[in-house]
Design a protein around this ligand. Structure first.
Ligand SMILES: [Zn+2]
Length: 276
C-alpha cells in the first residue's frame, strides 16, 4: 500500500500476536534507486512472507538498510529471513547491536548515532530519533520529505502503548512533539494522516499527564495500594485483562513518581512467618 510517493506500507493482520489494528512494516525511498526497510516483523513465515512479497512487487529495489525501531520480538523476530533476502546493513540502537549481531553476524550490524541520517533512494533520508521509554533501545525515524514520523511502538495508531520507563517515555514524547508531523506511521494500528497526526503526540502527553494527576489524587485521598488506585481511577466493571494492564499502568506511574522524588514507597504491612 502506497502512503506517500516515498513510502510503501506492508500491513499484517497478525491475529496470532493480536495487536489492535494489526502491524505494519515500511519500505521508504525510491524503488528504482534505493529503499530502507523499517522493522522485520515477528518470527512468523506468513509475516516475513508478506514483507518479501512487497519487496518483490516493488521490483527488488536496492535496500540501503534494515532500520530497526526496537528489540521486541514482533520487530526483530523476522530479521534472519529478511536479511537473507535483502543483504543490507542492519541499523539499530547501540544497546541492541550485540543481540542482532548474534543473528546476522557482527559485520552486518551498524549502530546508529542519535539524529544520524540514513540515506534512502530518491534523495530522501531518515533521521534516527532516539526515543527510550517503551523500551530502552527504541528509535523513531523521521522523514522530512512529507513530514512523516515512523513511531515504532512509542505512538500507536489506535491504542496507547505499554511503557517500561515512563520518565524516559515522557521525555521521548516531548522530543517528538517538537517535530513538524503530518503523517504518523506506527508499527501497530492504522497510519494516521493529518489533522489527527499533528495532534497525536500531544494527545499522548496530555493523556499520561492526566493519568499522573489521577494517581496523585488517589494518594492524596490516602489510597496507597495499587488495587485500590485502579478501583478509584478506572471504571468499576473493567474486564480482568484490562484490570491487569490498568494495574501495570498505575505501577509505571508510581515508579516514575518515586524516581522523581514525589512519592515514596513504604513497606507498611507485617504478618507472622510460617510457624511463627
Ligand atoms: Zn510491537
Amino acid at each position: 500500500m502506497q502512503i506517500t510517493p516515498h513510502i510503501h506500507a506492508v500491513h499484517v493482520d497478525d491475529k496470532a500476536v493480536s495487536h489492535p489494528g494489526g502491524s505494519n512494516n515500511y519500505f521508504v525511498g525510491d524503488p528504482s534507486e534505493g529503499m530502507v526497510i523499517i522493522d522485520t516483523g515477528d518470527h512468523d513465515r506468513q509475516w516475513t512472507g508478506q514483507i518479501l512479497k512487497a519487496y518483490e512487487e516493488l521490483g527488488h529495489p536496492p535496500i540501503t538498510a534494515i532500520a530497526i525501531t526496537h528489540g521486541h520480538r514482533d520487530h526483530v523476530g523476522g530479521l534472519d529471513r529478511v536479511f537473507d533476502a535483502v543483504r543490507a546493513p542492519v541499523r539499530c540502537h547501540p544497546k541492541l547491536v550485540e543481540r542482532l549481531a548474534a543473528v546476522v553476524g557482527k559485520e552486518n550490524v551498524v549502530r546508529l548515532r542519535s539524529n544520524e541520517r540514513i540515506r534512502t533512494g530518491g534523495g530522501v533520508s531518515l533521521a534516527a530519533i532516539f526515543t527510550p521509554g517503551h523500551e530502552e533501545d527504541h528509535i523513531c525515524y523521521y522523514l522530512a520529505r512529507g513530514k512523516v514520523l515512523f513511531t515504532g511502538d512509542t505512538v500507536l495508531g489506535s491504542s496507547s502503548s505499554t511503557v517500561r520507563d515512563l520518565a524516559d517515555y515522557m521525555r521521548s514524547l516531548q522530543k517528538l512533539a517538537r517535530l513538524r508531523v503530518e503523517v504518523i506511521c506506527p508499527a501497530h494500528g492504522p497510519v494516521v494522516p493529518n489533522p489527527r497526526a499533528s495532534r497525536l503526540v500531544t494527545w499522548y502527553i496530555n493523556h499520561r499527564n492526566q493519568r499522573e494527576q489521577q494517581v496523585l489524587a488517589t494518594l492524596r485521598k490516602g489510597i496507597g495500594d495499587v488495587d485500590g488506585m485502579v478501583h478509584d481511577i478506572y471504571p468499576r466493571n473493567l474486564k480482568k485483562g484490562l484490570r491487569q494492564s490498568a494495574a501495570r499502568n498505575v505501577r509505571t506511574h508510581l515508579a516514575k513518581l518515586v524516581k522523581e522524588g514525589v512519592v515514596e514507597e513504604v513497606p507498611a504491612r507485617y504478618r507472622l512467618k510460617k510457624g511463627g
